[in-house]
Design a protein. Structure first.
Length: 577
């Protein structure tokens, strides 16, 4: 009985445990799931934070639109618009220097005192100069070449040949050619009229050249001879006037040196104009003589042809046989060729002679010029020993010391002509140069006192070998001096642009310019940001911004800087502002 009761109690407890077991399992599973989710959430949160810390941190700016004034930023050295090099003729000894670097000097201020050069040979050198001038001017007196006799002989031989040819052809074509000969006769007659008028023009022009009177000369043939003759006559008149004044000065004893210098200068101009006129005159006359010869030959040929037609048509042709007339043509052809060969040989010989004479004439001219320079130098070296400034300005360089020997061609000092102003030159790419115009005023970045202005006055090509750059030359005024460097900011014109970004956002590689924009992507854990590469074209730039054209618009974000290197498509994080 008792055992049966205990057994029942045990069975009842087991049954109760079985009823409570599924509830406990569900509670346990629920608890485990909550713990798992909490752990995953914590891990996800911290892993996102860790990942963000490892991403490149970027700085962004918003793309704007509006007006942008492009500028060129360059620096250059101030140069005087015009500098005067103080030259001392001859080898002199510097006895005293009256100026200092940076000193302002006036016109006729004494700059240096140099030792004078005594020239005992001046008179002998002047005599030698006169002898050389006489030899040169005598060599100029040469009669022009004339081949009129030879040309006349050739003309007569050609006329005989043409007559023989006409008779031969008439004999061969005596029948059936009347209409053709008539037509040829008319053509010859018209051409004869034209060439006769041309012959008259050429003869009148040659006569005008020979008489130095060009009123009857044909302008198309005389060229510039009329103006050259006029210039020579004017120069001759000026020289005669100056020479007369020299004679007066020598008689009175006043202003002899000045009158002599003026007479020498006028004489040199007279000689130059005379040489230019004579050379042109000889050249044009020779050409016209040659052309007249050809035209005259053609006139004679056509005259013979016209007369031959009239004669033959009136007499009914020649009675000689064709063979006899053909032999006559051959004989006269040979005779003409002999005359032409002899004339060409004579011309070649004369040409060589002319070349030799021209070389000799050039040598005499050089000897005259060299001797004149020597005489002028001796005259200058024999004068006063004070070297004075020809202009007012600022002394920018002194190249000699006391007791130095001056060297011909090397400046003893340089004086900037301040009144002529200063310039600064910079070099830019051709594309930049197209955007600026003459008259544009540049800002002087290092103009601390605000009293310097620079205005673009000229745009030139850079003459350096292989350079494609342009040279911008600015006129500078204000408190500047030669050798000073100034920093220019030149406006290149403004424009309205749809996309303006900081210059730091624009990059360049082998394919061109590009920018990085920021693309955002929403995720359950928040926004993620990625860098996208956008190819652009730079339309304009100033010191801080660039206007770009591409797949970019106002309001977009561009990356201006990053904490580490990143590329297109990389995830980035925004810098906290």
């Amino acid at each position: 009985m008792n055992e049966s009761k205990e057994l029942k109690e045990i069975l009842a407890e087991d049954d109760e445990k079985e009823k409570k077991s599924p509830a406990k399992k569900r509670e346990l599973i629920k608890t485990l799931i909550i713990i798992f989710l909490a752990v995953m959430l914590i891990l996800t949160f911290f892993s996102n934070t860790i990942m963000n810390k490892s991403l490149p941190e970027i700085t962004t700016e918003t793309v704007s639109s509006g007006k942008l004034t492009e500028r060129i930023r360059k620096d250059g050295t101030v140069e005087s618009n015009q500098a005067y090099d103080v030259m001392i003729d001859g080898n002199r000894t510097v006895e005293k220097i009256h100026i200092k670097l940076g000193q302002e000097v006036k016109k006729n201020d004494v700059l240096f005192t140099v030792s004078a050069v005594d020239s005992d040979t001046l008179e002998a050198e002047e005599k030698s100069l006169d002898e050389l001038k006489l030899a040169y001017e005598t060599a100029l007196l040469k009669e022009p070449l004339d081949y009129s006799k030879e040309d006349q002989a050739i003309k007569a031989a050609r006329a005989e040949l043409n007559e023989a040819i006409a008779k031969r052809d008439a004999a061969r074509n005596n029948s059936g050619n009347a209409a053709y000969e008539k037509e040829q006769y008319n053509r010859n007659k018209n051409e004869l009229t034209r060439l006769t008028a041309l012959q008259t023009k050429l003869e009148d022009t040659i006569k005008a050249i020979d008489s130095d009177s060009y009123s009857e000369a044909a302008p198309e043939f005389s060229g510039d001879l009329a103006s050259l003759c006029s210039e020579f006559n004017a120069a001759e008149q000026e020289y005669e006037t100056a020479n007369s004044l020299l004679k007066v000065a020598m008689e009175t004893g006043n202003g002899i040196e000045e009158a002599r210098a003026d007479s020498d200068a006028k004489e040199a101009v007279r000689n130059e104009k005379r040489d230019a006129y004579n050379n042109a005159k000889n050249s044009i006359r020779g050409d016209l003589i040659s052309r007249l010869s050809d035209v005259s030959n053609s006139v004679n040929d056509l005259t013979n042809a016209v007369n031959s037609y009239s004669s033959d048509s009136g007499e009914g042709g020649t009675s000689d046989s064709y063979e006899t007339l053909a032999a006559a043509v051959t004989e006269k052809q040979n005779a003409l060729e002999v005359l032409i060969i002899e004339l060409n040989k004579t011309k070649r010989t004369d040409s060589i002679t002319n070349q030799k004479e021209a070389l000799d004439l050039e040598s005499k001219k050089k000897a005259v010029d060299k001797q004149k320079e020597k005489v002028d130098k001796l005259k200058k070296e024999a004068k006063a020993t004070e070297i004075k400034s020809k202009y007012s300005g600022i002394v920018s360089a002194i190249n000699v010391q006391p007791d130095d020997k001056t060297t011909e061609g090397n400046p003893a000092a340089t004086i900037d002509l301040a009144d002529e102003g200063y310039t600064v030159s910079i070099f830019v790419e051709p594309e930049k140069a197209k955007k600026v115009k003459k008259g544009a005023e540049a800002d002087i970045v290092n103009n601390w006192n605000g009293d310097i202005t620079a205005v673009l006055k000229e745009i030139k090509n850079d003459n350096s070998n292989g350079s494609r750059q342009k040279k911008l030359i600015f006129s500078v005024s204000g408190d500047v001096k030669s050798g000073e460097r100034i920093d220019l900011s030149v406006p290149c014109g403004g424009g309205n642009y749809d996309a303006i970004v900081p210059k730091s956002a624009v990059k360049q590689d082998t394919e061109g310019y590009y920018v990085y924009t920021v693309r955002s992507k929403s995720t359950p854990l928040g926004n993620r940001y990625y860098a996208d590469k956008v190819t652009v074209e730079v339309a304009a730039s100033d010191d801080v911004s660039s206007a770009v054209i591409g797949n970019i618009s106002r309001g977009d974000y561009v990356i201006t800087a990053g904490s580490k290197v990143f590329g297109a498509g990389d995830q980035v994080r925004l810098k906290d502002k």
